[in-house]
Design a protein around this ligand. Structure first.
Ligand code: NDP
Length: 260
């Protein structure tokens, strides 16, 4: 039976190995859900149920693991794991409810949902054990101001990213409703600069969180998020240009304003 420490190291190692592999794979294949859905990827699930299923380990596994962390009551561990749970409470519960109310009809392939579920099992385990057990913190009373400053700066970026992510998702779901379940060119705010402000916000969230947590696991999660979302944002932008022609401003970038 492998020790918990070797399972943890393997989980973080898999996250690092997955980043370049997924990035390379996504150069040739766009994950087939939403506007990129195509047949041949297994039976379709209702999108709200799929998102709930995919993201649920980040809540139940995290809560199951929390009591086993030796840093459970350490203020740094609490300050870092709370935003992780906040993000996933939105993604697992609030976002699927909003999806239900929107006009999103396209099914979500079971095979893609299964891969997402497995990733979240792995990632929730790696991040929770990292923050609440394997990270090295000074004793609770001796945490220097510079550590709190780093955590506060990281969490400020995280909260900004989450605000952009949630408000952009909401704007897109409203657009879906007004488009009768179809697609429209999004207007206003960050949509004037990038095709996918929701992805930009998500990447900023995990960048800020990685700064706050300062663990190899958190850095791996940020890199994985970029490896996953940058190619998809690029596919979305291409899709807009192909489907809306001159009605989609070509100056809009994919995910980073003026850059990419
Ligand atoms: P999308 O932006 O592709 O879609 C979000 C929702 O808005 C979908 O219901 C979509 O409909 C609808 N929509 C999008 N654009 C339009 C438009 N122009 N007109 C009308 N409706 C539109 O995001 P994803 O579904 O890929 O992701 C959802 C959330 O999950 C995001 O916040 C993302 O950041 C996060 N995520 C995080 C990942 C990570 O690695 N951390 C990986 C993947 C997602 P439809 O589904 O029919 O296209």
């Amino acid at each position: 039976m492998p020790s918990d420490e070797s399972v943890f190291s393997a989980a973080v190692g898999i996250l690092y190995v997955t980043c370049p592999l997924i990035f390379l794979y996504l150069q040739f294949c766009t994950v087939p859900y939403g506007r990129h859905a195509r047949p041949g990827w297994g039976p379709p699930l209702p999108p709200a149920a799929a998102w709930f299923l995919i993201e649920s380990p980040t809540i139940w596994l995290t809560l199951l693991l929390l009591p086993h962390g030796r840093h459970l009551s350490h203020p740094l561990a609490l300050a870092i794991i709370s935003p992780f749970l906040l993000h996933y409470l939105n993604r697992t519960v609030v976002y699927p409810i909003r999806l239900l109310r929107s006009g999103t009809k396209a099914g979500f392939p079971l095979s893609v949902a299964a891969v997402g579920f497995c990733f979240n099992l792995l990632n929730a385990y790696a991040q929770t054990r990292s923050v609440t057990h394997y990270a090295h913190y000074p004793p609770a009373g001796d945490v220097g101001w510079w550590i709190w400053a780093r955590v506060a700066a990281g969490l400020a970026v995280f909260l900004w990213g989450m605000a952009v992510n949630v408000s952009s998702d909401l704007a897109l779901l409203r657009l879906k409703n007004t488009a009768g379940g179809g697609y429209k060119v999004p207007e206003g705010g960050w949509f004037e600069l990038v095709a996918c402000p929701n992805y930009m916000g998500e990447a900023a969230e995990w960048l800020g969180w990685a700064v706050a947590a300062s663990t190899p696991a958190a850095l791996a999660f940020f890199l994985y998020t970029c490896a996953n979302l940058f190619p998809r944002a690029s596919s979305h932008r291409r899709w807009y240009l192909q489907n809306f022609g001159h009605r989609y401003p070509p100056s809009r970038k994919s995910i980073i304003p003026f850059v990419f």
